[in-house]
Ligand binder design. Structure first.
Ligand code: FE2
Length: 173
């Protein structure tokens, strides 16, 4: 019997993300997950929903105006799919495209990109990546200069998280 889908708590640091991705990848029997997440007034959260050695599924939530800095994942293909809100994605030469609900982007490994949450409501996205972090050589995430650029760093525009009072993405109204 499968357990009921559980709300996944966000990983609040790079180390927590690494630990969650590794812990999920050790599961070898089927399990279910929930796409629900706490909405934000400031900052961003990243929750692991499911993972194997070769596949990761995460829920990413950004407050309106939230953004990151230009970076590439050297050894990971990944894709974002927007469930709520909109985001403008930029390439290394400032080429840009705005995506909205039910639209997505595929970023094959090595491509520089950044994005910005353009909607007034928080941006909610599913991120699917391959492979899992422990199968990627370090550094896994680099900036334009080729040096490591950690997701939880100030350089990557990380700011403290402020949750929106009681607002949950995916909750039945
Ligand atoms: Fe990224």
């Amino acid at each position: 019997m499968l357990d009921a889908p559980e709300f996944s708590p966000p990983a609040l640091s790079g180390q927590e993300m690494h630990d969650q991705l590794t812990a999920f990848s050790e599961k070898t029997t089927p399990y279910v997950f929930s796409l629900k997440g706490k909405l934000l007034d400031q900052g961003r959260t990243d929750s692991v929903l499911a993972a194997t050695d070769d596949l990761t599924i995460r829920l990413k939530i950004y407050a309106s105006g939230g953004e990151n800095e230009l970076h590439a994942h050297t050894s990971e293909d990944h894709s974002f799919m927007i469930l709520q809100g909109s985001a403008k994605f930029f390439g290394p030469d400032d080429e840009e495209i705005e995506l909205g609900q039910y639209e997505g982007i595929m970023l094959p490994r090595g491509n520089l990109y950044k994005f910005f949450a353009t909607s007034e409501e928080p941006l909610v996205m599913i991120r699917v990546g391959n492979p899992n972090i422990h199968k990627q050589p370090k550094p896994t995430r680099i900036g334009r200069d080729g040096n490591e650029l950690r997701g939880d760093s100030k350089e990557n525009k990380s700011v403290p998280v402020i949750f929106k009072d009681g607002a949950i993405f995916g909750a039945k109204v």
